[in-house]
Design a protein around this ligand. Structure first.
Ligand code: GRG
Length: 295
């Protein structure tokens, strides 16, 4: 685990520097927009999705600079989703990553535009040659991210989540919602390495299966943190799901069964990686980290 945490910290530092270069400081009257984009992307976060890209890319000996560009693009999409999720019309949060949320630090309209611009910039970064020298690979990345982030993925999952405030979802419904809302971007982050490495179908399939189980384990851990964690640990308000009366893995299974289900999913995720031998050690350790994290 110490090796993993060192590698994650190093990757987070490199991706942070890259985001700093990719998100320009504005100098005209629109500088406020750039400032809000930078505020929402450069201030912390585990950078777990960019690490997934780098860890999956190393299975196929992909250049680290390409993996980091793709990781930075995914982080931009992730940060946009957090900015919009925190808005009063959605989760109405005033704390994120231990800092005031974007609409509190700026204002609602600026936060909406900063999210929009981060999403758009992400696709621009993927389409640039620095993401991969082969234009076909770049178009595959663009296509896969659009699917993961859009109506059949993250945004669709967010819609289901908003509607769930007035419904009582069952286990298959919560699983589908979370696979879309959180799982789709995690799945793309793991599959991106295979796209970058032009991997053969069996390897892609193995990563897909890993990502599926990892995404659910990640979400169960998130639900457990919402119940058991403190705002100081997670950098955002906790207890929100229970307050909103939302069905989660924890409300449906209870804390103990949710925790053992997360463990089962993490073990299962690792078994999907057997074909990669020790090259997949970071991905395997990541599955254990995801379920034991306190942030
Ligand atoms: C508004 C389009 C739109 C989508 C929002 C992902 C999402 C959908 C909302 C985020 C709300 C949330 C807390 C979801 C649970 C899982 C999740 C994505 C947690 C945050 O991700 P981490 O733990 O955060 O990787 P850091 O800050 O470390 O990057």
């Amino acid at each position: 685990m110490a090796d993993l945490q060192k590698a994650m910290a190093e990757n987070a530092r490199a991706v942070g520097e890259l985001l700093d270069r990719l998100l320009k400081v504005g100098d005209g009257r629109e500088a406020r927009l750039m400032e809000a984009m930078r505020y929402s992307s450069l201030g912390g976060g585990k950078r777990i999705r960019p690490f997934m890209v780098s860890a999956s890319a190393r299975l196929f000996a992909v250049a680290e600079s390409c993996a980091q560009h793709v990781g930075a693009a995914i982080e931009m999409v992730h940060c946009y989703s957090l900015v919009h999720d925190d808005l009063p019309a959605m989760d109405d949060d005033d704390l994120r990553r231990g800092q005031p949320t974007c609409h509190i630090r700026f204002d609602e309209a600026t936060a909406i535009l900063a999210g929009d611009a981060l999403l758009t910039r992400a696709f621009e970064v993927l389409a640039e040659p620095a993401a991969h020298p082969d234009p076909f690979v770049r178009s595959q990345l663009v296509l896969a991210l659009a699917k993961a982030a859009g109506a059949e993925g993250m945004v669709g999952g967010q819609m289901l989540d908003l509607m769930a405030e007035n419904e009582r979802l069952n286990m298959p419904e919560v699983t589908r919602l979370q696979r879309m809302k959180t799982g789709a971007l995690i799945a793309f982050s793991c599959e991106a390495g295979a796209i970058l490495g032009k991997a053969a179908e069996p390897a892609r399939h193995a990563l897909k299966a890993y990502a599926h189980d990892l995404g659910l384990a990640f979400q169960i851990a998130d639900d457990l943190l919402d119940v058991e964690g403190t705002a100081a640990e997670v950098g955002k308000k906790t207890g929100k799901d229970a307050d909103a009366g939302k069905a989660t893995f924890v409300s449906l299974l209870g804390v103990d069964r949710a925790r053992s289900q997360a463990q089962i999913l993490a073990d299962q995720a690792c078994r999907h990686l057997e074909m990669f031998d020790e090259k997949a050690d970071y991905l395997k350790e990541l599955a254990r980290f995801v379920i034991s994290r306190r942030m």
